[in-house]
Ligand binder design. Structure first.
Ligand SMILES: NC(=O)C1=CN([C@@H]2O[C@H](COP(=O)(O)OP(=O)(O)OC[C@H]3O[C@@H](n4cnc5c(N)ncnc54)[C@H](O)[C@@H]3O)[C@@H](O)[C@H]2O)C=CC1
Ligand SMILES: O=C(O)C(=O)Cc1ccc(O)cc1
Length: 367
């Protein structure tokens, strides 16, 4: 079991997707986790999957750290309660927006300055398009960024406790203030969500024969359109001032593109399209790779796999035996066929070796 910086107990308030994932990850590392949720079902499911034990306020020891993992619109109120109920604890929240919560806490007359010194806002940049504890994963945060927004008055030991939470769960700490955080996530998280939802909503009246042709391009760009609307209504409305300027920029680009495509043979039209695609290529290339490393082009080895149970596991075991690290993996099913294509991304320079090993083991490698 890896050593942890936190001693515990850690009280998780809100045991949905994120809270139960935190509970699972900490419990697996040997930290005692107490669980609390307004929904008795969410609490019970979180306990059943091993995320911790349901809090019994009468007998529970005082927590070292309280993690508020409730929806954004109740987060400030729950943090305020936790700061008052647990005077010896650091209290962090993990909500996707930070400034609106901080403003509400600063305006909260039930809190004194000494209480706010124990609060640190945080945001793990990891999640899923599902909600609830049944979708929780203890390894959700491994190698993902975790933003820590300490206040100027946050106590050092409280900032360190917040950072320990992220580090113990395998995440990478990124320090910034609430305003910087909100501007950054508006661009890299909230705008993609809006774009994906807008794109997917265009499919509402699409004929079935058109949808049957959908490939990974559409699946990749609409995956997060399946996200929980109840959460996203809150995120978007809390961070609206940061999102609106990005949408104005999008509108300008759309107007330009529409004008170009309305006269695709007009002067400069093709150059305009080339510029648009080129700017997209350049923007995409700026997205960092795994572990915050610079973007890296991987070689992709494509393998045809029969759609039978156990095939992927057998393929991955063979890749492992070949001694080649899998950097990324994706699978494409063609509808109506009993075969799938698995794309294995590996470091450039290792693909030839992998193709040789897999071919020798009778896999059908697409060249
Ligand atoms: N879903 C995601 O991918 C990510 C979500 N977050 C943030 O994590 C927080 C939780 O989100 P999810 O786990 O996805 O939502 P969820 O819907 O899966 O879980 C939220 C839980 O909070 C409980 N809850 C509601 N009001 C409460 C209260 N007053 N006291 C105690 N518990 C209460 C609900 O019963 C529910 O079990 C949100 O603030 C969200 O912005 C952060 C990163 C990623
Ligand atoms: O599913 C994804 O790719 C995400 O980006 C999930 C996510 C959702 C909300 C957040 O505040 C942070 C991360």
């Amino acid at each position: 079991m890896p050593a942890t910086h936190l001693n515990g107990p850690v009280l998780v308030i809100g045991t949905g997707l994120l809270g139960a994932s935190i509970g699972l990850g900490l419990s697996r590392r040997g930290v005692r986790v107490l669980l609390s949720d307004t929904s008795p079902t969410a609490q019970a499911v979180a306990q059943d999957i091993g995320a911790g034990t349901i809090l019994d306020a009468a007998t529970a020891p005082s927590p070292e750290l309280v993690v508020v993992a409730a929806p954004p619109d109740v987060t400030a109120d729950v943090v305020s309660g936790a700061l008052r109920d647990h005077p010896g604890a650091t209290v962090v929240d993990i909500a996707s927006v930070k400034s609106s919560i901080l403003e509400a806490l600063r305006a909260d007359t039930r809190l004194g300055p000494a209480e706010l010194e124990r609060y640190v806002g945080t945001h793990p940049m990891a999640g899923r398009e599902k909600s609830g504890p049944a979708a929780a994963r203890g390894e959700l945060f491994t190698a993902m960024p975790w933003v820590v927004c300490a206040l100027p008055e946050s106590r050092t030991e409280c900032r360190l406790a917040a950072e320990s939470l992220a580090i113990d769960l395998g995440a990478t700490v990124s320090r910034m203030d609430a305003a910087e955080h909100d501007a950054a996530v508006a661009l890299v998280s909230h705008f993609p969500q809006v774009a994906s939802s807008l794109l997917a909503s265009r499919l509402l009246n699409a004929p079935a024969h058109a949808l049957a042709l959908a490939g990974n391009g559409l699946r990749d760009t609409t995956r997060i359109a399946a996200s929980d609307p109840r959460l996203w209504i809150q995120i978007l409305s809390h961070n609206a001032p940061q999102i609106v300027p990005i949408l104005h920029g999008l509108r300008e680009d759309l107007n330009r593109l529409i004008a170009t495509l309305e006269d695709p043979t007009g002067p400069g039209a093709l150059l305009d399209l080339a510029e648009l695609m080129g700017e997209g290529n350049a923007g995409q290339a700026r997205i960092p790779g795994k572990h915050g490393a610079p973007p890296q082009a991987f070689a992709v080895v494509t393998v045809l796999v029969d759609d039978r149970p156990g095939q992927i596991a057998r393929l991955l075991a063979d890749v492992g035996e070949a001694g080649v690290n899998v950097e990324d993996l994706r699978m494409e099913h063609s509808s109506g066929h009993q075969v799938g294509m698995v794309e294995i991304s590996v470091l450039p320079g290792r693909s030839g070796e992998l193709i040789g090993e897999l071919t020798e083991r009778q896999w059908k490698v697409v060249q």
